[in-house]
Write a protein that binds this ligand. Structure first.
Ligand code: GRG
Length: 293
């Protein structure tokens, strides 16, 4: 049996995750606030052990573009809240109908469907309240566009419509760049916009975000075939069981691995040529390339 090589997150990610967790705790209403069930449900989901990849990326982009102010924290938390809302809704019986997420019962299993729906809505609303604290309309619009009907929602809709169909490479790329890629792309752009980055920097981090965003979802598809359920915190094989369109389903496992690796290399190259301190971007991209959960 081949041994699984698990890549530990770089120190930068570990340190930033701790800071982000503190801000999440500060920004989210306490669970004893009325209506308690809703606030408990929100906290259950947001504290379930996510990697905090998106807020870490927002911070990395902000810092790489010269930002040095606390204004990034509400924005970084906002993208994590949006991410969590999308997972809660995606797990619902009317969508993927999943029982486990991050090794724990999904929110509608732990509470019920109505609470899960409302908790997802509440996270979405709170995310925009936090974005408003940045006072930057371009950053707020960036998030709205990333997750709207030209972004994450378009990808989710196309994903649902693709179930059970044979897709072309162009179609699966459309789904993945939107379902998963647009929020990641938007996240790094928000960091750049809040730092007042130059056009060259914004172009470079946009390219970086697009590449790692697509790679992230391709790797997610691969892990659903050959990942370790314990590390993933959910059973593998759910894509094939649900007749989901996946990258390996269209181009095969080997080509999927190659495409993900190539995207990671290209992302690193794009930022290395432009951004003056690309180290954190490079480490995060490599971490995504080697992730096992
Ligand atoms: C239902 C509004 C709505 C949107 C659905 C993003 C999405 C669109 C659905 C979530 C399910 C899914 C397949 C997402 C793809 C992105 C993905 C691989 C999410 C998991 O992200 P990680 O690994 O999660 O960063 P953690 O647990 O670390 O936070």
């Amino acid at each position: 049996m081949s041994e699984r090589v698990v890549m530990a997150p770089p120190l930068y990610m570990v340190q930033k995750r701790e800071i982000i967790d503190r801000f999440i705790d500060e920004y989210i209403p306490p669970s004893d606030q009325y209506p308690q069930a809703l606030h408990e449900a929100i906290r259950y989901s947001i504290n379930a052990g996510g990697k905090r990849l998106r807020p870490i990326l927002a911070l990395a982009a902000y810092e790489a573009c010269g930002g040095n102010n606390e204004i990034i924290y509400p924005a970084a938390v906002a993208v994590e809240l949006i991410h969590t809302y999308s997972l809660i809704h995606d797990d619902l019986p009317c969508m993927d109908d999943d029982d486990l997420r991050r090794g724990q019962p999904t929110l509608h299993k732990k509470f019920n469907e109505a609470v899960a729906l409302l908790a997802g809505d509440a996270l979405h609303d709170l995310a925009f309240e936090l974005m408003a604290r940045t006072g930057n309309p371009d950053a707020i619009r960036e998030l709205a566009e990333a997750i709207g009907t030209g972004g994450m929602l378009a990808g989710q809709m196309a994903d649902m419509e693709a179930e059970g169909r044979n897709l072309t490479l162009e179609e699966i790329t459309f789904i993945h760049t939107r379902k998963t890629g647009k929020l990641i792309r938007g996240t790094v752009r928000i960091g750049g916009l809040l730092a007042g980055a130059s056009t060259d920097y914004i172009r470079a981090i946009t390219g970086y975000g697009e590449k790692i965003g697509l790679a992230f979802q391709i790797i997610d598809d691969i892990l659903d075939i050959e990942g370790d359920p314990e590390m993933l915190g959910k059973p593998v094989g759910s894509d094939s069981k649900n007749l989901k369109a996946t990258f390996p389903g269209v181009v095969g496992l080997e080509q999927s691995r190659q495409s993900a690796g190539k995207l990671i290399d290209e992302a690193i190259e794009i930022v290395t040529g432009v951004v003056s301190q690309p180290d954190n971007f490079v480490q995060i991209a490599r971490f995504i390339g080697g992730r096992q959960n």
